[in-house]
Design a binder for this molecule. Structure first.
Ligand code: NAP
Length: 531
């Protein structure tokens, strides 16, 4: 079982005890007392407080060279570590470099420590650690193997800054390969945004522990999630070795609410999946390198991804180069937002955006697909979202007018899809004030946070109570465009419903199960309310 460790900086007794209680309440299994800013007096005062024993403790006094805050001399730091052993912690974290450089300290420390992982004398077990806050050390594998040779070391821990996801995934390769050479339990963490996956999937890789902060607590290293996220979003305690992994590929992606939506769905139907953010730099080369690295890990069981800006065209190109399967409408759209990877190495893709939009519309209006064929639809914008919408609507036989501020783009889109069952024409966005369409779909980012006061068109007087107005923007949920349309009597549909419905399509492809729509919607709404 992988424990959740809550690191807490010890600055005063009064501050540390309530933080410990909060961390335990939120689900921490172990408390790491980071004594970098503590002194002997604080340690003495803690000795008299029984609350300190509410959970197992790790004592750490981290050197500045390894990302810590201790500002005194090295001799003072080592003495403080020895002194802090009086707290009878279950573990003491000592850096490998410290162990190598200070034989006198080692001689004093060894009698205080457990002899090996099986020693149940009650003496603290040694976590031998190494940290690099600037990059991934080239000799990481050799270093970890050498650390494992140190006899009292009970847990071997490494943390390094990952520049990108490919570097972060190295941690998983080490988890897969090192157990042949290393007998102790491992903790291998990639730090930074790209490394979140190594913290979230620590239980799947059977790490000794992962670090997560209590709500409102200070991080002790870049990229630490909160305990609440780990437990309630990623269902950390339900992870098993065979858990299947999914994610959202984009740049930036940390704001995405897709992990909340999909993980809630997985959990609700008992599907053994974990869905994580996958930040990938904007270039196609970065996209291919990362997807290949994810697929190349034997034990990761990477089975699928949602794909968002700027990678939707890259995903289609990747699929084509991998001779993957693609459905007809998605092929016509030319960009995809979903990738599926099978255990036999095959790849498939789809675009679930257009179907999500149509399902959102059908649910709100009660129309069936035949009804849609008789509608006149105004699509505002001519980018990726508009493309999916035009392709979807045209394939159902609707009459579509693409309104865009750059007429040429609208004309190109209309030319491409006109006659593919429905009729598609183009117009300047300014001409929307004369539209005779009864359905209006905003596919521009106008109105999206932080530009919440903007609308895709200035003149909205044409909107009336016979119309349905749909905004694909979902942050904020109620855009100004929707608010004005509703005031003028139109029926309005929020972009969040499209997001949830396209996720439902992905979910069914990921799991082979029917999706728990209401659970996923509640999770999306909660995530939006949280932001
Ligand atoms: P995109 O490819 O960059 O296209 C943006 C389009 O909007 C372009 O045609 C652009 O016009 C136009 N535009 C940009 N800013 C504008 C403004 N201030 N006023 C009027 N027109 C403007 O973007 P995209 O990928 O299509 O995404 C558009 C929006 O769709 C996103 O903001 C996202 O919120 C939404 N979306 C929602 C979902 C969902 O599930 N709810 C899914 C996908 C996308 P020019 O051609 O003249 O530059």
């Amino acid at each position: 079982m992988t424990d959740i460790v809550a690191p807490i900086f010890v600055q005063s007794v009064d501050a540390v005890l309530p933080q410990m209680a909060d961390a335990v309440k939120q689900g921490a299994d172990i408390i790491e007392l980071r004594c970098d800013q503590a002194n002997r007096e604080i340690i003495e005062a803690l000795l008299g407080r029984p609350e300190i024993r509410c959970k197992p403790i790790i004592v750490t006094v981290r050197a500045k060279a390894e990302g810590g805050l201790f500002s005194g001399s090295e001799t003072d730091r080592l003495n403080l570590i020895l002194h802090a052993c009086r707290l009878k912690p279950q573990y003491v974290d000592i850096e490998y470099a410290t162990w190598q450089k200070n034989p006198e300290f080692v001689a004093q420390a060894v009698p205080l420590l457990a002899k090996d992982p099986t020693d149940n004398s009650g003496r603290p077990k040694l976590i031998l650690s190494t940290h690099d806050f600037s990059s991934r050390p080239p000799d990481l594998q050799q270093r970890l193997t050498a650390m494992a040779e140190i006899s009292p070391a009970c847990i071997i821990k490494a943390a390094y800054q990952a520049e990108n996801l490919v570097e972060a995934l190295e941690a998983f390769r080490l988890y897969e390969e090192l157990p042949k050479a290393v007998r102790q339990p491992l903790v291998i963490i990639a730090m930074g945004e790209a490394g979140l996956i190594t913290r979230v999937l620590a239980a799947k890789y059977n790490a000794a522990f992962t670090f997560a902060i209590p709500a409102g607590g200070a991080t002790t290293a870049p990229g630490q999630p909160t305990i609440t996220d780990l437990i309630h979003t990623y269902h950390f305690k339900s992870q098993v070795r065979n858990s299947l992994v999914y994610g959202v590929m984009g740049w930036p992606v940390s704001h995405s609410i897709s992990p909340m939506i999909h993980n809630a769905g997985f959990h609700s139907v008992g599907f053994p999946g974990v869905y994580v953010p996958l930040p990938i730099a904007p270039e196609y080369e970065a996209f291919c390198a990362t997807v290949n690295a994810l697929r190349g890990l034997r034990d990761l069981n990477f089975r699928g991804a949602s794909v968002t800006i700027p990678h939707k065209a890259h995903a289609a190109r990747y699929l084509e180069s991998s001779v993957g399967m693609l459905d007809e409408t998605s092929a016509r759209i030319g960009v995809i937002n979903t990738l599926y990877f099978s255990s036999d190495g095959s790849v498939a893709g789809t675009n679930s955006d257009w179907y999500g939009a149509i399902e959102a519309m059908r649910a709100a209006t009660g129309w069936n697909l035949t009804d849609l064929a008789f509608k006149r639809v105004a699509v505002l914008g001519a980018g990726g979202a508009a493309r999916a919408m035009v392709a979807g609507m045209a394939s159902l036989g609707a009459t579509v007018v693409v309104y865009n501020r750059t007429l040429k783009r609208a004309q190109e889109l209309a030319y491409e899809f006109n006659g593919k069952i429905g009729h598609v024409s183009a117009a300047l966005l300014d001409e929307f004030s004369k539209t005779n369409c009864s359905v209006v779909i905003n596919c521009t980012p106008a109105g999206m946070s932080p530009h919440v006061k903007t609308t895709p068109v200035d003149d909205m007087t044409v909107i009336n109570s016979t119309m349905v107005v749909f905004d694909t923007v979902y942050n904020p949920r109620r855009t100004r465009f929707l608010d004005i349309s509703a005031k003028q009597g139109a029926q309005t549909i929020e972009g969040l419903e499209m997001l949830v419905r396209q996720a439902v399509v992905q979910f069914q492809g990921f799991t082979g199960k029917s999706a728990p729509l209401s659970v996923m919607r509640v999770a999306a709404e909660a995530a939006m309310a949280r932001d």
